[in-house]
Design a protein around this ligand. Structure first.
Ligand SMILES: C[S@@+](CC[C@H](N)C(=O)[O-])C[C@H]1O[C@@H](n2cnc3c(N)ncnc32)[C@H](O)[C@@H]1O
Length: 271
């Protein structure tokens, strides 16, 4: 069963404001993989579970045509309204039923999304739509992110972990697929030629306000917000207050970085 946790307009809007492109290091690993697999056709890339489009745009540098797909109309509406080059378009459709012909796609990509899909059905679609030597990359941010500011990284990360433990009570069971660093995703990919990398690290610049916005885009936070709005709001107020105290600053515009580890499954169809 697919999980429908990203449907609301408000959630889509939070997404659009606070989510980010796959970090540079991850992009480098992906381009190197395509080179290594001697991918020579760059006609069509599909970003499945594109949300509001942050994970889609970077593909437009190399592919003639890029299509972002998502089951949520609200997310796709945000993506369509945001600036995007003419070779990028968006479609509402489930990952388990992609509107592309057999053997027609050069590259299937998904960022922070596959764990929400009906994975066996999605993998059949990957197998069906990819060209014979097409590639797939399924990547995610892992749970063990660090919040960095001057010499406060340890304390800020501890505060973040406490916040995460609270909202984890509202987590969908599918989050366990991220906790296992996409091992289940790897095992389910029906290709012989595949690998899983769990130690790609990337840093994303935020402000304190941006980091708090990013935390509020988590599905478990949004679930908490719906179930117990006062609890959710006080969790954010609490983390905001503690962050500012530890950093000894008063401005929410103070820059911080979040350091991510990415788990990534890469595969090549090979006929
Ligand atoms: C955590 S968001 C990631 C969005 C985007 N890739 C990013 O990096 O910001 C997960 C996305 O997957 C979408 N999604 C969940 N289940 C889906 C399904 N079965 N088919 C297509 N999209 C799905 C959600 O609507 C949501 O936009």
């Amino acid at each position: 069963m697919a999980a429908r946790l990203f449907e609301g307009k408000a959630h889509a809007s939070v997404y659009h404001r606070y989510r980010f492109s796959p970090p540079e290091k991850l992009q480098e690993v992906i381009w190197a993989y395509l080179e290594n697999k001697k991918v020579s056709s760059f006609q069509l890339a599909v970003d499945v579970g594109s949300g509001s489009g942050q994970s889609t745009l970077w593909l437009a540098k190399r592919f003639e045509k890029v299509v972002g797909t998502d089951i949520s109309e609200a997310q796709i509406e945000e993506a369509k309204q945001a600036a995007h080059p003419p070779n990028v378009s968006y479609l509402v459709c489930p990952a388990e039923d992609l509107p592309f012909k057999d053997n027609s796609v050069d590259f299937v990509f998904s960022f922070a999304a596959v764990h929400w899909f009906d994975i066996p059905r999605f993998m059949k679609e990957v197998q069906r739509v990819l060209k014979p030597s097409g590639c797939v990359v399924l990547a995610t941010n892992c749970m063990d992110m660090q919040v960095h500011y001057k010499d406060c990284t340890g304390k800020l990360t501890e505060i973040f972990k406490e916040f995460r433990a609270e909202i984890f009570k509202y987590a969908n069971e599918k989050v366990s697929r991220v906790e296992d660093d996409y091992k289940m995703v790897f095992d389910t990919l029906p290709f012989q030629d595949k690998q899983r990398i769990t130690d790609i690290f990337g840093t994303v610049p935020f402000t304190v306000a941006g980091a708090l916005g990013y935390f509020q885009s988590f599905s478990m936070y949004q679930t908490c917000l719906k179930a117990e709005p006062e609890v959710a709001k006080s969790l954010i107020q609490n983390i905001e207050k503690r962050f500012l105290e530890v950093m000894e600053v008063s401005s929410l515009e103070t820059p911080v970085e979040i350091r991510f580890r990415h788990a990534t499954v890469l595969g090549c169809k090979k006929s």
